[in-house]
Design a protein around this ligand. Structure first.
Ligand code: ATP
Ligand code: MG
Length: 656
């Protein structure tokens, strides 16, 4: 295939721009990722850069995998001419493994993939009583500080200056942060490094050892960053350390898809790129190749309402594809009803020939997946849950990772077996049978383990000769990036994890105030709500053709219908929207009340009576109500009862 085939003139300009700084600033679905993979191919084929001299980074393992897939199809990944496409963390980890012995010497480091116990001890030492909740908050706060390059000594001053809300008084957080950092270093100098340390320590080594930095810059010549709108200061400084005084850097991003500011990410590096590199080639793309004009129109309207500091960079997307179905908006009584209806629609799409792997259900938080997992399971539709910490936090995966780490020291394994065989030997006893087992729990466990093997195989493509020890460390690094690999099924994913991806049909579920925007954002600042709006935009723009937005008024069946549809829908679904836009008419499930005491009525007899069976009765009235109810029910089925016999408060016979 010719490199410029299937690219429009603006995309071609980005591909052909001379070596040096290039910035592609463009909306969702405009072909940014396609463009940078072609640019890499161009550098390798036309600019005498070796594939192995290109380092392409992005933020999630899934996105990196996607990029590797596209590079592979261009003949640039896999064996031989291998372009490194990985996450910032995986890349830093690999470099650290190489540079540490030369830079630090004999002391050792180990990855701290679960910081909770260490934070917990640090909190106790600082006199804080912690629950699981507060531990999570403290850990996130420490992560934010490190990603933002704020050290222990500067923490209090910085959060005060930024008027940041902290989970505890800033001094307390600083104390925990300090104790946590100290606890990671043992007396003999060995260190535990958390994921943020991977970036910070690698940056420090490159900055402090010029000859190692030279060696590195000899190895890597060209850098490419996808999704650059979500880079953190720590990632940016690593990128700067990689570059030194070179400027062979291509970045692509969309400020309207900035969805990770809560981790310290900031679109300012993207927006300031041309100021930092005045000679940069700047390319803007606005043709949307992913979605139908109907989806594009909705996306434009959704983000058109954006306010705040990022909104000024808005680019209007222009749909390029032929028209498709109108987006569907649907309201349900409760989440199980929503899940059942979504599954029913998915079934219909599959029957129409859309493969399950081309369908996704997207939600705000992982806990929302459960109802949909149940509904899909009941309907026998295969699915894969992706995103969120869930995968690497699953008990079987944690157990598997431990087993892999321990196995490196075992002698009872077939010794010169290849890695996939070894993995099978290790994971077999944990539940990875050859056949898919029956039963939801066993199947989930089996699917997780199989996903781990697929992920390992993916790693092997890039690094064919790694051993068990390295595999286990690499998996631990991936666990931070949080994504299991693809299997063929409907994708269930959080919105955050869906960034950069696309499906033929997307079901954006739980579009209620409190979920999207999430309550914490509603109770937070306007900027927090704006970030949720961008997340909503990311969700809409994942759909190629079918887009279904739904919400439920109550969480549980029969629960209080106290929720309302998301504020982001206000201008998209006007209150007087024609019924045709509402897919399923709202089902009003009647919960009749006792006309005597007012309590909710349970049971058919009570419903027919219109009162509790224990409440005082008026036989005539009861009979009248019962008859009316019964008639209306029968009328629905076009049957009319001939008579109803009613005696002593009880319906005793009904005959046609
Ligand atoms: P996002 O912001 O969501 O990451 P993106 O800008 O990276 O989106 P891509 O994923 O590269 O967009 O492209 C979106 C879709 O459009 C892909 O299916 C891609 O193959 C297709 N595409 C991109 N450019 C063209 C083109 N010139 N002609 C036809 N299809 C294209
Ligand atoms: Mg992309």
């Amino acid at each position: 295939m010719h490199l410029l085939e299937g690219l429009d003139p603006d995309q071609q300009a980005a591909v052909l721009a001379p070596r040096g700084p290039v910035c592609v600033l463009a909306g969702a679905g405009t072909g940014k990722t396609r463009t940078i993979t072609r640019r890499i191919a161009h550098l390798v084929n036309e600019e005498h850069v070796r594939g192995s001299q290109v380092l392409a980074v992005t933020f999630t393992a899934r996105a990196a995998g996607e990029m590797r897939g596209r590079l592979r199809s261009l003949g640039l990944a896999g064996s031989g001419n291998t372009v490194q496409a990985m996450t910032f963390h995986a890349s830093a980890m690999r470099q650290l493994r190489y540079f540490w012995p030369q830079a630090i010497g004999s002391s050792r480091w180990e990855l701290l993939d679960n910081k909770f116990p260490v934070v917990s001890r640090a909190a106790r030492r600082s006199g804080l009583d912690t629950s699981t909740e507060t531990l999570r908050d403290l850990s996130s706060e420490i992560e934010w500080a490190k990603a933002s390059l704020i050290g222990v000594d500067d923490y209090v001053e910085e959060v005060t200056r930024r008027r940041r809300e902290t989970p505890f008084p800033a001094e307390k957080v600083a104390a925990v942060y300090g104790a946590y950092e100290a606890a990671k270093i043992s007396d003999d100098g060995d260190q535990l490094l958390d994921f943020d340390d991977l970036l910070l320590v690698t940056t420090g080594i490159l900055a402090g050892h010029p000859q190692l930095a030279e060696e590195f810059r000899d190895r890597y010549r060209c850098f490419v960053v996808d999704e650059y709108q979500d880079v953190t200061p720590a990632q940016q400084s690593l990128l700067d350390a990689w570059l030194g005084n070179r400027d062979d850097l291509t970045v692509v991003g969309d400020a309207n898809q900035t969805i990770y500011t809560f981790t310290g990410a900031s679109p300012r590096y993207l927006l300031d790129f041309s100021r930092r590199f005045p000679e940069a080639a700047m390319v803007r793309l606005e043709r949307d190749y992913r979605s139908t004009p109907e989806v594009v129109g909705l996306a434009n309207r959704a983000i058109g309402a954006a306010r705040g500091r990022v909104a000024g960079t808005r680019l209007k997307l222009i749909g390029q594809r032929p028209p498709g179905p109108e987006p569907v908006f649907a309201e349900y009584d409760d989440e199980p009803a929503e899940a059942t209806a979504v599954t029913a629609r998915i079934k219909r799409l599959i029957a129409q020939g859309i493969p399950p792997a081309e369908i996704a259900i997207l939600y705000r938080v992982n806990a929302q997946a459960q109802a949909h997992e149940d509904a899909l399971t009941a309907a026998g539709i295969p699915y894969q849950v992706r995103g969120g910490e869930a995968f690497f936090q699953r008990a079987e995966i944690r157990q598997a990772m431990r087993s892999i780490a321990q196995a490196a020291a075992r002698t009872d394994l077939p010794t010169d077996a290849d890695l996939p065989t070894l993995l099978k030997a290790i994971l077999g006893p944990l539940g990875l049978s050859d056949e898919e087992p029956a039963g939801t729990q066993a199947r989930q466990r089996w699917e997780s383990l199989r996903a781990l093997v697929t992920l390992s195989e993916d790693l092997l493509v890039d690094s064919p000769d790694i051993g068990l020890g390295e595999l286990s460390a690499e998996l631990a690094a991936r666990s931070q990036a949080r994504h299991p690999p693809t299997v063929q099924g409907v994708t269930l994913s959080s919105l955050h994890a869906a960034k950069g991806l696309e499906w033929d049909a997307v079901f954006l579920v739980g579009v209620v105030d409190g979920s999207l925007p999430i309550n914490q954002a509603i109770n937070g600042s306007d900027e927090d709500v704006e970030e949720e709006r961008r997340l909503f935009y990311v969700g809409i723009t994942r759909a190629r053709e079918h887009l279904h937005l739904s919400w439920a008024l109550a969480r549980a069946e029969g629960g209080r219908r106290g929720r309302r549809r998301s504020r982001f829908l206000v201008d998209l679904v006007p209150d007087d929207s024609p019924a045709s836009r509402i897919a399923e008419p709202k089902k009003i499930r009647k919960r009749p009340q006792c006309r005597v005491c007012g309590k909710q009525l349970l049971g058919k007899t009570a419903s027919l009576l219109g009162r509790c069976e224990s409440c005082p009765s008026n036989l005539d009235e009861d009979l009248f109500i019962a008859l009316k109810e019964w008639r209306s029910e029968q009328a629905k089925e076009q049957k009319v009862p001939a008579f109803v016999v009613f005696s002593d408060n009880t319906l005793i016979a009904i005959a046609e």
